[in-house]
Write a protein that binds this ligand. Structure first.
Ligand code: ZN
Ligand code: ZN
Length: 776
């Protein structure tokens, strides 16, 4: 039968599309698709997503449906399409209905996205009306989250409200077939934001071209504060060591690695050895900083990332940055968040001037207000797959799915690297990385971001979730906030939250064996945990085994000074720490050693810890002679770096002591034999790289053994890996290898950080499961 003899069946279909479908060019895309398939109907916003009705021949409607997912614009994320048949109306043409959005919206605000290729082409095209315009964007790219005050995501609700579009821009904005149709930050030389250059003391610097003026200063080795998308960056020539050291001196940031921005993937390849996955990460629209392996003789100044084999590298994501790199003299720039240590990143012009006046030689300012502070995100390829280390620009405020229903919740996260989370239904919205919640500045940033996200997602929490640690600022704040508002309060143990986060990411209800390996977390017994083998359900856990407790002489001071931790471990392992051999190994004086010994013997200011992070610190202090660290986990990162080229070999011995699962008495994992073998190797002159390799292998084998014993006791064969130590690539790979060899099914974090940045996600999962009650 041919088509002519068969009457054409007409179908009208109503589709409800959920996901990230606003502010990403989704409506013009649907409009074009409907025109191409010759369909009538409309598209409009719904409280729950985007509603589409299409009417036409059945095969065309089906083609439309298929292409909707397959060809969706790059920034759109379709979570679900619910389709039903509707009564045909015989209407003609396709319309975009701009509707008032009422009630709760699930379409949210998209994340900020890097300049797209079409815009980049215009930026560098002398014939284009936006040639060298530092703020060009379209529906496929540009700022979103950081310029938005509240929903709906519409120009009057953004910091573009003050810029009235010129006729040319308005025409693009109104044309459904234009790439800039409803591109809220649309702008040009005529009507949009501008840049200018200012000196260190706020004096205006006359320059025809502020970008060119900035480039001259960078090339000359000066420090330029550059206003970006989520805040100011401090920038210097990454090849100029004197300039880099001056920046470190002024910023009072001594050891912590600095991120480097280069022109494109090819330039990144010239300084780092990149895997395919790493290259793919570099060019995603989120443009994260990617931790990649340095190349030998890579031409970057020694002071950028001293003592480690990795470099944080990333590519330009704003037109202004592309303009800097359009000058061939600009090859690689240090681009680091403009702040002092862990303070929030500066966003306001006056604020930047007053806070950074003593650091920067000049400021490249602009007049588009940043409404949400947002650092650069950081990712690494761990054990073959991408892992988020710092969740910020490009990822916020995209929701992460939760496998169970949550009532409206706020989880406040932890103490360091704070990220909070709001949840409702099956979605969790994590905040941007907020830094350490140690003081009022940090807490203010927390409040500011919370207000913004609560408005954005219209979530009014009914319950507040916090860490078990009574002393955390976040815990105290949570208690007060909940009392003021009459809300419920739930405390979640740190290492349980870590494992629950990993379980939730993979949709596991448990029970599973959870290896929660990290630096510091408050334990149920009031001690400092961190080397934990837990039997985890979503709502509860039991402790199967843990690293044997050792004292931390000096408490918090032992974190900043790993030699103290080394002394705690060596003393616990039975070494005479007053012997001349140990003194020289630790770089400690007799006097210092006596003081510490007294603390440990009397149990005064020497809290007990089962932390794996502290064990890494202690080993690094002994192997590398690192007495003091400049940033958290520095010693451990350097130890991993040392072992990076080592082939796998037998690890140092670890011993299991005691434990009675029937009586719920945890087993102790003793590292005393590890220390004896490690010191033997040092005495025998074994290379430090080999020692670091054997240390990693020993730790991994110890926890694999503990998991095997946990399986014998419980019959469980799924293992979830979590905690800040899972950022350690060597450890992550060794654990997965070892566990799989033993027949375990292994789960690792991917979309949520295994470190404290992911804590709030796990807190939400635990709280939601407790409110729901255990599954029978
Ligand atoms: Zn674009
Ligand atoms: Zn314009």
């Amino acid at each position: 039968m041919t088509e002519e003899t068969q009457p054409i069946r007409v179908l009208r279909a109503a589709l409800l599309v959920r996901g990230v479908v606003q502010g990403v060019g989704f409506r013009p895309f649907v409009y074009r698709l409907a025109l191409e398939e010759g369909l009538a109907g409309f598209i409009g916003n719904d409280t729950d997503g985007v509603t589409i009705e299409v009417e036409g021949p059945v095969d065309r409607v089906e083609a439309f449906h298929a292409r909707l997912r397959a060809e969706a614009p790059p920034l759109a994320r379709i979570d679900s399409v619910v389709a039903r048949e509707a009564a045909a109306t015989e209407e003609k043409g396709f319309r975009i209905v701009v509707s008032e959005v009422l009630g709760r919206v699930n379409t949210g605000i998209p994340a900020d996205a890097a300049t797209c290729l079409e815009c980049l082409h215009e930026l560098l095209d002398p014939a284009d009306r936006r040639y060298r315009y530092p703020f060009l964007n379209c529906t496929n790219c540009g700022p979103r989250f950081t310029i938005t005050r509240r929903i709906p995501y519409d120009r009057p609700q953004t910091s573009m409200a003050q810029f009235k579009m010129c006729a040319a821009c308005q025409a693009e904005y109104d044309d459904p077939l234009n790439r800039r149709f409803h591109a809220q930050p649309n702008a040009c030389w005529e009507c949009g934001p501008r840049v200018w250059l200012v000196g260190a003391n706020g004096e205006a610097i006359a320059a025809d071209d502020a970008v060119a003026g900035s480039i001259e200063r960078l090339v000359a080795g000066q420090i330029v504060a550059i206003k970006g998308i989520g805040g100011f960056h401090l920038s210097v020539d990454a090849a100029n060591n004197a300039a880099v050291m001056r920046l470190r001196e002024r910023k009072r940031r001594y050891g912590k690695p600095l991120a480097v921005m280069v022109r494109d993937v090819e330039a990144a390849r010239a300084i780092c050895t990149l895997t395919e996955t790493e290259e793919a990460l570099l060019i995603t629209s989120a443009r994260p900083i990617v931790l990649a392996r340095k190349k030998d003789g890579y031409g970057i100044a020694e002071g950028v990332a001293p003592g480690i084999p990795w470099l944080g590298v990333y590519l330009p994501y704003a037109p202004l940055q592309h303009l800097l790199f359009a000058d061939p003299r600009v090859q690689a720039l240090v681009m680091t968040s403009a702040n002092l240590s862990e303070e929030p990143i500066a966003i306001d012009n006056d604020e930047a001037q007053s806070r950074l006046g003593a650091i920067a030689d000049a400021f490249l300012m602009h007049d588009r207000e940043i409404l949400q502070r947002c650092d650069d995100s950081v990712m690494a390829v761990v054990d073959g797959a991408p892992q988020l280390i710092r969740r910020a620009r490009g990822f916020v405020p995209l929701g992460v799915e939760l496998p169970l229903d949550a009532p409206p919740l706020l989880a406040v996260g932890g103490h360091l690297k704070n990220v909070f989370a709001l949840a409702q239904g099956r979605y969790i919205y994590q905040s941007q990385h907020l830094g350490d919640l140690e003081n009022l500045t940090g807490l203010e940033f927390f409040r500011e971001s919370l207000d913004h996200l609560m408005r954005t997602f219209e979530i009014e929490p009914e319950t507040v979730v916090h860490d078990l640690h009574p002393g955390y600022l976040s815990t105290q704040w949570a208690g007060e906030w909940a009392r003021e508002r009459g809300l419920g309060l739930i405390a979640v143990q740190h290492h349980h939250a870590h494992v629950a986060g990993c379980m939730a990411e993979h949709g596991l209800e448990g029970p599973v064996i959870g290896l929660s390996l990290d630096g510091t977390g408050y334990g149920s017994d009031g001690r400092i945990w961190g080397g934990e083998v837990l039997i985890c359900r979503m709502e509860s856990f039991e402790r199967f085994a843990h690293l044997e407790y050792v004292p931390m002489p000096g408490g918090e001071a032992a974190i900043r000074e790993p030699w103290r931790m080394a002394m705690g471990h060596l003393h616990a392992a039975g070494f005479d720490v007053e012997s001349s051999e140990m003194l020289s190994l630790l770089g400690a004086s007799k006097q210092e050693t006596r003081v510490l010994l007294r603390m440990m013997e009397r149990g005064v200011n020497a809290p007990l810890t089962s932390s794996l992070g502290r064990l890494f610190d202690a080993a690094a202090a002994v192997v590398l002679g690192r007495r003091v660290v400049d940033y958290e986990a520095q010693a451990a990162i350097e130890l991993e770096g040392l072992a990076v080229d080592e082939a796998d070999e037998a690890g140092y011995a670890i011993e299991m002591l005691g434990g009675d699962w029937a009586a719920r008495e945890p087993m102790k994992i003793s590292v005393a034999p590890l220390w004896r073998e490690l010191i033997e190797d040092l005495r025998a002159g074994v290379s430090k790289a080999r020692i670091a390799g054997r240390f990693h292998a020993g730790v991994a084998a110890g926890f694999v053994r503990a998991a095997v014993l946990a399986r014998s006791a419980t019959g469980l064969s799924m293992v979830a890996l979590s905690g800040g130590c899972m950022h350690n690539r060597r450890l992550a790979r060794l654990l997965r290898d070892g566990l799989e060899t033993e027949g375990f099914q292994v789960f690792q974090h991917r979309n949520v950080s295994p470190g404290d940045g992911g804590l709030s996600y796990g807190q939400v999962a635990v709280a939601a499961a407790r409110i729901r009650g255990p599954i029978q």
